[in-house]
Design a protein around this ligand. Structure first.
Ligand code: FE2
Length: 571
């Protein structure tokens, strides 16, 4: 039990309030003439653009443009920016210049405004005689809209392998990339998923686990040196939310599993440093109000309202730990269920939940889409299987339990032995860090959705595996669909269970879990999600390798799910 006072909301946002973020904007607004007198007096340190360009948070009339200068020495760097309708920049529609310096780690952001809706723009930056790469971005459309499409990604782990997924998305025609978190990982260079790092020349920097602002900045700089990541940012605007590893593993409102206050200091200071670096290094619009930290709405015409959520920092109560609910070696199912179902526990926090319900109530779009971190669908597995996968229990036992349960499930109830029925009845959530661990709040939200008859599509990251599920209320009523994407490079179940076991578990999981329609537990990849007025389709794409320098998309693994708006039912 922590003796520290509980976090207040004000403490949480310490260091990330809107006013404290204003300096991060670093640039002027398109259409405004800058104080060129002021800039003329600035001695600009020579610099280059080594970390690419990026754009993000596209609205119908504005978009954030981003770059980062690498100066020859400390000082001030004057950066000019240009936005044009074509990549030759013959017809510059907006331009300006401003400075950046060490206070924002030489990152540079412009909120280019006064733009036309649903339009492609080219942009670039200049300093001295150096010109950045050219990026292309796209504003959000307004009015009647026939279709919209997004690449959906999460969990890019630099030491684990190449970012082929980013490279592949660079060549796709999508309106935006939705990044659902784990843009970086916080571990030391010999930590999680670092087995092939040296061989691939992808050893994490700094070598120690990230704690300070300088640490997080260094890690972002390394990620942004990756040419595949740069190519993806150049090609599309990103809409980004953080998950836990932008701070520390299994972050919650008041701490993280991978944070020890006795040896690693005050968690709120670590979080403030992590979030400052996140705002500096990503093309995210600083919040207009303190209330909306990263949860926000993006509208794509009359077709969809995209609601981006924060399930980590603003409201989450601490995760239920099965280690606190053991009976001998097994998980005490009744005790664990009671903890998970506790009505006082929250994932979003009251403010965000109220905001989300209000947004859903007010939405008149054809689709209501949630872009968020953790799996929302029910994903309960028989206790021995959950124990094997979640607590590092015996995998032989887990696989045996999978096979036994699948066999039992396929029998009529009256033909099952008491042992088989008990096995089926022992199902508990695989992951208490997901919505499954916050059952009361999920039910509250899904009942609201059911009442409104929202057309709900939930996009999720975090798990490193693909999970395509029907979203249902506790009484089994379908209220939406969830597409949980694989990872860019972080290892999935195959690392815990072995590839063969992962394949067995995947094969039977859809049989064991009523709401689960499809899972892939072994391959890295991403989702292409497209909306029309009548249907949503999600294509699951997987790369052939993340440790070979070249890759292909594995055609044989490709899956496409089409869900009609009128039924919201997976096939
Ligand atoms: Fe992850």
């Amino acid at each position: 039990m922590s003796k520290k006072p509980r976090f207040t909301r004000r403490t949480i946002v310490k260091g990330i309030t809107a006013s404290s973020l204003l300096p991060l904007l670093g640039g002027n607004l398109a259409g405004c003439s800058d104080s060129s007198d002021r800039l003329a007096r600035v001695e600009s340190v020579p610099a280059d653009f080594n970390h690419g360009v990026a754009s993000g948070d596209p609205l119908s009339d504005s978009v954030i443009l981003w770059t980062r200068a690498t100066p020859e020495r400390d000082g001030t760097v004057v950066i000019g920016w240009e936005l044009a309708a074509d990549d030759s920049f013959d017809d510059i529609l907006a331009s300006g210049s401003d400075t950046t310096n060490a206070s924002v780690d030489y990152t540079f952001k412009v909120d280019a405004q006064g733009l036309a809706a649903g339009t492609d723009y080219y942009y670039r930056f200049k300093t001295g005689d150096k010109v950045s790469a050219t990026g292309i971005t796209r504003t959000a459309p307004t009015g009647a809209l026939g279709s919209a499409s997004f690449a959906v990604v999460s969990c890019a782990n630099y030491p684990a392998g190449y970012f082929h997924v980013y490279r592949d998305i660079a060549s796709r025609d999508v309106d935006a990339v939705l990044h659902l978190g784990d843009y970086i990982y916080e571990y030391a260079s010999d930590g999680y998923a670092s087995e092939v790092a040296e061989e691939l020349g992808r050893v994490s920097e700094p070598a120690h686990e990230l704690l300070s602002l300088e640490d997080y900045r260094t890690r972002y700089a390394q990620y942004h040196s990756d040419m595949d990541l740069q190519a993806c940012h150049e090609a599309h605007p990103f809409i980004v939310v953080w998950d836990d590893h932008e701070i520390a593993d299994n972050t919650w409102r008041d701490g993280a599993e991978n944070h020890d206050p006795d040896t690693e200091g005050d968690f709120s200071e670590r979080r403030a440093a992590a979030i400052q670096a996140w705002y500096e290094w990503l093309p995210v619009r600083p919040p207009a109000t303190e209330r909306e930290i990263i949860y926000r709405r993006h509208q794509y015409g009359d077709l969809l309202d995209l609601l981006m959520l924060d399930t980590r920092n603003v409201g989450r109560d601490q995760q239920v730990d099965y280690n606190d609910h053991l009976a001998g070696e097994a998980i005490d199912v009744d005790s664990a269920r009671a903890a998970i179902g506790d009505s006082s526990r929250s994932l979003l926090g009251r403010d965000q939940l109220d905001w989300l319900k209000g947004q859903l109530t007010d939405s008149t779009a054809r689709w209501q889409v949630l872009g968020q971190q953790v799996i929302m669908a029910r994903l309960a597995l028989p206790e021995p299987l959950t124990r094997g996968l979640a607590l590092g229990g015996s995998l032989e036992q887990a696989v045996a339990a999978t096979l036994a349960t699948a066999a039992a499930k396929n029998k009529p109830p009256e033909e099952r032995t008491p042992e088989e029925q008990a096995l089926l009845d022992s199902a508990i959530p695989l992951n208490t860090d997901a919505w499954d661990g916050y059952d009361f709040e999920r039910e509250d939200l899904l009942n609201h959705v059911a009442q409104l008859q929202s057309r709900l599509v939930v996009l999720s990251g975090d798990s490193h595996n693909t999970w395509v599920s029907q979203l249902t209320t506790a009484d089994g009523t379908p209220v939406g669909v969830e597409f949980g994407g694989s990872s860019i490079s972080s290892p999935g179940v195959e690392q815990v269970a072995g590839a063969d076991n992962a394949a067995v578990i995947a094969l039977f999981a859809t049989n064991l879990v009523d709401d689960l329609n499809f899972t892939n537990l072994a391959d890295r990849g991403y989702l292409l999600v497209s909306f029309t007025a009548e249907e949503v389709s999600a294509k699951c794409l997987y790369v052939s390798s993340i440790v070979e320098p070249d890759y292909t998309i594995k055609q044989e693994l490709e899956k496409n799910f089409v869900v009609p708006r009128d039924t919201l039912l997976l096939g």
